[in-house]
Design a protein around this ligand. Structure first.
Ligand code: HEM
Length: 453
């Protein structure tokens, strides 16, 4: 345990006012971002909050994002936040749950497999998956948007990174990941829900899919190695004994692509379609750009990654509707920030996306404004301002791939088919399950086919 006497001289972070007994729990549960924004405005970039019997130190705003990025490597650990989730699947020391040297090693191993160029190495296959999913739905059919995108996104990631389509295992995967994250990571649900037979059945199917993927990769060789091949090679090396030493750890890592997009890319695609349908002028520009992307059959990597209006709309969606509005950590040592002390072992919330809503960084911050990303404005390039993929050592390894996938999926949908919102006047509520989501309440009606590839 590290003891820093200089840190002891400094005051504790100010405490947010709250209700007796529950303290800040209700306010945090009702609207986490509004609560964090209010406290940041009142108390500054570091403060304490209490939820029932737990206390957290919150670091917020661009100064906190910059501090964590530049000086945070040895100050935070993620073990307490993420390890139980992996253990649920016999996989302790999974990538999100480790820090230091072994974590760096794991990132180095997996980085090429999670890169944007790897995901986009077979664009015709990705486009074909999108088209087949969209063609499953009849003209006039009403579809929950999140479900539609989960079908496309998870199959694309599964096929591109693990040579496996989830097929009928998608629903058990959703049940497994949603419930286990809600229990172990966001802690919104009690542990007994994991005893329910429906969860247990889903989990067995999910684990069986992992075994099948490993068996298939052990039995065959590919011209181009994929993520699972890389994991299997590394698992024989002593350096990965702690992280990939057991069959459970290997399977959990191999199932990464099936989990990576479920709540993240799929929800962001959903929020983006919602914003486009709410802004017909921007929608029209995106449709025109999508048609251009597909003018010569499939778009190229360069086109998908170019800075057009689809790209700007994707960026703006990630700013306004982050699926990771804050990240949780434990202080790994005593340290100081903004004139206050934080002690080792303290629960920490890094409120990464408070900066997304500060008018001094993003004027009129609640407006969906795709011009923010123009060369003249570049508001997201200000220090610590734009962090939809987290901050620090665990920064999303699939950020580039995710951005490209959102653009490609939306471009495919807009090019292939007309869609209109079901019950456009109804107000949609964003809930936490386990990340911010409309759930299946946002639905569209599939309209006329615009193009067929
Ligand atoms: C818009 C979509 C996505 C968002 C917003 C997102 C966000 C995040 C965030 C905030 C973290 C850090 C969590 C923490 O520090 O506790 C993270 C980690 C990670 N993400 Fe993503 N993610 C997205 C999509 C993806 C995709 C598509 C992949 C894979 C292809 C991916 C792979 C990973 C991996 C491997 C990590 C763990 C990194 C580490 O522990 O070092 N993500 N993501």
């Amino acid at each position: 345990m590290s003891v820093d006497t200089a840190t002891d001289q400094l005051p504790l972070p100010p405490l947010a006012q709250g209700l007796p007994l529950v303290h800040n729990a209700l306010a945090m549960q009702q609207d986490l971002m509004a609560f964090l924004m209010g406290e940041y405005r009142q108390l500054g970039p570091i403060f304490r909050v209490r939820a029932l019997n737990q206390e957290f130190v919150v670091l917020a705003g661009p100064e906190a994002n910059t501090f964590v990025t530049q000086e945070g490597a040895d100050k935070f650990r993620s073990h307490e936040v993420w390890n139980d989730f992996g253990c649920e699947f016999d996989a302790q020391h999974s990538m999100l749950a480790i820090d230091g040297e072994s974590h760096l090693q794991m990132r180095k191993l997996l980085k090429p497999s999670y890169s944007v160029s790897r995901l986009l190495s077979d664009i015709p296959m990705l486009v074909d998956i999108g088209q087949k999913v969209i063609n499953q739905f009849q003209v006039g059919e009403e579809v929950p948007v999140l479900y539609l995108f989960r079908l496309i996104v998870t199959e694309q990631l599964g096929r591109a990174l693990a040579n496996h389509a989830p097929g009928a295992d998608l629903l058990p995967t959703i049940t497994t990941i949603r419930n286990s994250l809600n229990v172990y990571v966001s802690k919104q649900k009690p542990a007994f829900i994991l005893k329910f037979p429906s969860y247990q059945r889903a989990k067995q199917r999910y684990l069986k899919m992992g075994q099948e993927i490993l068996a298939e990769h052990r039995a065959t060789t590919r011209d181009k190695k994929d993520l699972v091949d890389e994991i299997l090679v590394a698992s024989d090396k002593p350096a990965f004994h702690d992280t990939l030493g057991s069959e459970g750890q290997i399977a959990f890592a191999a199932l990464g692509p099936f989990v990576a997009g479920l709540d993240t890319v799929s929800n962001e695609c959903t929020f983006m379609l919602y914003e486009l349908l709410s802004h017909p002028d921007i929608l029209a520009r995106c449709v025109a750009e999508a048609d251009q992307l597909f003018a010569d059959s499939e778009p190229t990597q360069e086109q998908i990654r170019s800075q057009g209006v689809l790209h700007a709309a994707m960026k703006e969606t990630l700013r306004l509707h982050s699926i990771a509005p804050a990240i949780n950590r434990t202080a790994a040592k005593d340290f100081t920030f903004a004139g206050h002390q934080v002690k080792e072992g303290q629960n920490v919330i890094i409120a990464t996306t408070v900066s997304h809503f500060l008018p001094e960084l993003f004027p009129d911050p609640y407006a969906f404004d795709v011009e923010r990303y123009s060369d003249e404005r570049r508001e997201h390039k200000q220090r610590g301002s734009y962090t939809p993929f987290g901050v620090g050592t665990h920064l999303c390894l699939g950020a580039g791939a995710a951005e490209a996938q959102i653009v490609l999926v939306l471009a495919s949908l807009l090019h292939l088919v007309n869609v209109e919102r079901v019950a456009p006047q109804a107000k949609l509520r964003v809930k936490m399950d386990p990340t911010p989501t409309f759930g299946y309440n946002f639905r569209v009606r599939i309209g006329e086919r615009r193009h067929q590839k």
